[in-house]
Design a protein around this ligand. Structure first.
Ligand SMILES: Nc1nc2c(c(=O)[nH]1)N[C@H]1C(S)=C(S)[C@@H](COP(=O)(O)OP(=O)(O)OC[C@H]3O[C@@H](n4cnc5c(N)ncnc54)[C@H](O)[C@@H]3O)O[C@H]1N2
Ligand code: MOO
Length: 418
């Protein structure tokens, strides 16, 4: 058998053939999970002006120094500052202005007394403002204030180019008065599963048939990483039907074609033949397990990645080859999955191909440990759902003992947004 391509070589061939997509200007309400095309640097402070963090009275703190319940300080109320107004007066010694949460601090004042520490609170805020307020406890300069620039100062870089926008980011952009952002276009990907044995999940099982899992598995991975799935479905092992579907997809303005199954050496594996006839088959087969029968090339000028049919192989190959391509197309700064080091809790074996074993990663007292999640057959989707990591055995390594250090790709991080 000819020497198989290494995983890293196959990744670099694919990435060299993939272009980063164009950018577009979109409203921030549609920008969740989109990647910024340019860094964002604020020209505004946040908060933009010093404001009150409480409903109460803006005062000079020095006036309240000797305030107590037994001997309240009495100040003259000179005005009212609802949120959204801009006070034109100054608060001098002996004076106070009623102020609402979020309203700008008037000139002269250096703190806010919460309404609960005054006699006005007892009567409520809705009543007409009296001429005087009694203050029952002392406060310090800066109390109940949110100073201008406390959160963010002008000139700060908020996000680098390539950053994937999360809900708080979108809130921040809105608060800075940035209604639109320049982002990379979303990759448009068509998915075609092949196989005479496939049935739609809505149909009852029949002898010899199985439900199409790969279309759904792959579509959800790709959508989660920012792709638009323009087509998804399956056809039988029928050369004409596969060719027709690929032609239709390729003509519809997509950025990437993904096929599942039909790339091995079976008598009905037509995908490679069709790619070769109507484009280029750049490579076929990679030195990995699962996922050896991977194909890459161009079909009518659209890059095509042919994934193996076994569901776990399709999933692993999607993470190892399709995601980096998707990340490059979408303008991400980094393209590969992040790996961490962990120690083996049990011995593991492989056949010498670079192996991606379904595994369980655990943290014990700050150190990572990993063990197999179960039976490693590449058709076993249930075991994949019980895993939270892929344990990587490099090529040529056929076994490792308990305690050996390995690289691991954590899967499905449950915490944090990206
Ligand atoms: N003689 C050889 N046979 C096989 C080899 C080999 O090197 N020599 N490689 C094996 C490996 S490894 C894999 S992986 C598979 C990949 O083959 P294909 O990509 O051509 O896929 P199929 O043979 O059509 O299907 C494999 C397996 O996956 C099931 N399948 C297919 N599509 C779906 C789907 N959409 N949803 C769920 N399951 C699917 C299919 O029923 C088969 O069980 O080839 C080995 N054979
Ligand atoms: O390479 Mo296959 O992908 O082991 O199941």
């Amino acid at each position: 058998m000819p020497e198989l391509l290494s995983v890293s070589k196959a990744q670099s061939i694919i990435l060299d053939a993939i272009q980063t997509l164009a950018t577009e200007l979109i409203p921030i309400q549609s920008a969740r999970s989109r990647r910024l095309a340019t860094p964002i640097i604020t020209d505004t402070d946040l908060p933009p002006f010093t404001n009150s963090s409480a409903d109460g009275f803006a005062v000079q703190a020095a006036d309240t120094l000797n305030a107590s319940s037994a001997s309240p300080v009495v100040l003259t109320i000179i005005g009212d500052i609802p949120a959204g107004t801009n006070p034109a007066f100054r608060v001098n010694r002996g004076q106070a202005a009623r102020i609402m949460t979020g309203a700008p601090l008037p000139e002269g004042a250096d703190a806010v007394v919460m309404v609960e520490a005054t006699d006005i609170g007892i009567r409520g805020l809705a009543v007409p403002i009296p001429r005087q307020v009694r203050i029952f406890s002392p406060i310090l300069p800066g109390d109940s204030l949110r100073p201008r620039g406390q959160d963010l100062t002008a000139g700060t870089q908020l996000f680098p180019a390539g950053h994937r926008l999360r809900p708080p980011d979108i809130g921040l952009l809105a608060s800075l008065g940035i209604p639109q952002v320049q982002v990379y276009r979303q990759p448009r990907i068509a998915l075609l599963s092949t196989g005479d044995e496939l049935l739609d999940p809505s149909k009852p099982l029949q002898p010899g048939k199985i439900h199409d899992a790969n279309s759904y598995l792959l579509a959800s991975v790709l959508q989660e990483h920012g792709a638009v799935i323009t087509h998804m479905g399956f056809v039988g092992d029928d050369e004409v039907a596969i060719r027709e579907s690929l032609e239709n997809y390729a003509a519809s303005g997509i950025d990437l074609l993904i096929t599942s199954a039909g790339v091995s050496v079976g008598a009905y594996d037509y995908v490679r033949k069709i790619i070769t006839e109507q484009g280029d088959l750049t490579f076929w087969r990679v030195n990995m397990r699962p996922g050896k029968p991977l194909a890459f090339g161009r079909f009518r000028n659209v890059p095509v990645i042919g994934l193996p049919g076994n569901p776990v192989s399709a999933f692993v190959s999607c993470l190892i080859f399709v995601l980096p391509a998707l990340n490059k197309m979408s303008g991400a700064a980094t393209w590969f999955l992040d790996s961490i080091h962990a120690k083996l809790l049990e011995p593991v074996e492989s056949d010498g191909r670079e192996s991606y074993l379904r595994a369980i990663l655990e943290n014990q007292h700050g150190n990572w440990f990993v063990k197999l999640a179960g039976q490693q057959s590449s058709g076993n989707l249930f075991v994949l759902t019980r895993s939270n990591a892929l344990l990587i055995l490099p090529s040529e390594v056929k076994s490792l003992p308990t305690g050996a250090e390995v690289n691991v790709y954590p899967l499905f991080p449950e915490t944090g947004w990206d």
